[in-house]
Design a binder for this molecule. Sequence first.
Ligand code: ZN
Length: 314
Amino acid sequence: MLINKLSLDEYISGYKNFVSHAHTDHIKGIKKYAKIIASKETVELINTRFKKNVVEEENKYNIEMLDAGHILGSKQLLIKLDGFDLLYSGDYQMEKNITCKEIEIKNADILLIDSTYPYRDIIFDEKNIIIDKIQRFVKEYTKKGIVLFGTYSLGKAQEIIKIVNEIGIKPIVDKKIHEINQVYIKNNVSLDYASYFKDSSEIGEIVRDNFVGIVSINKLYDMANKISFAYGKKVYTAVATGFAKLFKFNTTMQFDLSDHADFKQAIEYINAVNPKKIYTYGNNASIFAEELNSIGIRAEPIEELYNYNKISSI
Ligand SMILES: [Zn+2]
């Protein structure tokens, strides 16, 4: 999205580039030595995950980054334009995430709001209820075999580690997750886990009994087969994602643990920001705008390419 040579979550050479957080769909096209407007944690995560050398651009603009509560380092962007403020939500969450700072809310005249979960009837359970369900599942199924979670490597994997740490379990994670964990730990998020790339001697000890593994979601089924074969045990699989509310996964269990706002949280966010004008953006922008309008909140979807002149004329 473009605002007068400021690009939001889509890298364009020659523009000022804001990167709200280090998930892959927000850093498309980023150059190896790019200068970006982002938190220091986001810069570290991008450099670690994608072997880049991006640097933080000094903030000499009328902008302010606010915590978004989504993953480590995630930010919203408050842009001060001529006579009005514009807030870009990025991916955000109202409920407290145990691995990052809570969302910070400020008022703005115009709100560009993410549309990942646009439906009125898709409401996630409260986090503490989901966390409790996950912990009960892990306790029960590790009595019978190995438990393997397939998660996004950044954000969700660290949440699952913390959730099983709370019940005294030290999970084994794959290399990608281990590398990201190192950035979390450097930024004071404590995570107790083992990895073949860090604690190979300890692994032998852990796998003697049933254990919990966490792998990137695209490797879940393959790894479940390999682990079952290697240890001669049944492997029980699980996913933890907001999409568990929308789709049926081919796993033993699925949990709607999300790092995004659902519709209820979006309303809470809109009320707190108290904007005069709302634009929805992202893949589900039209649906989200329709759903908001249907309950009397005026909103319209924003085109992918947008410009400052159009916003100035509101
Ligand atoms: Zn994200």
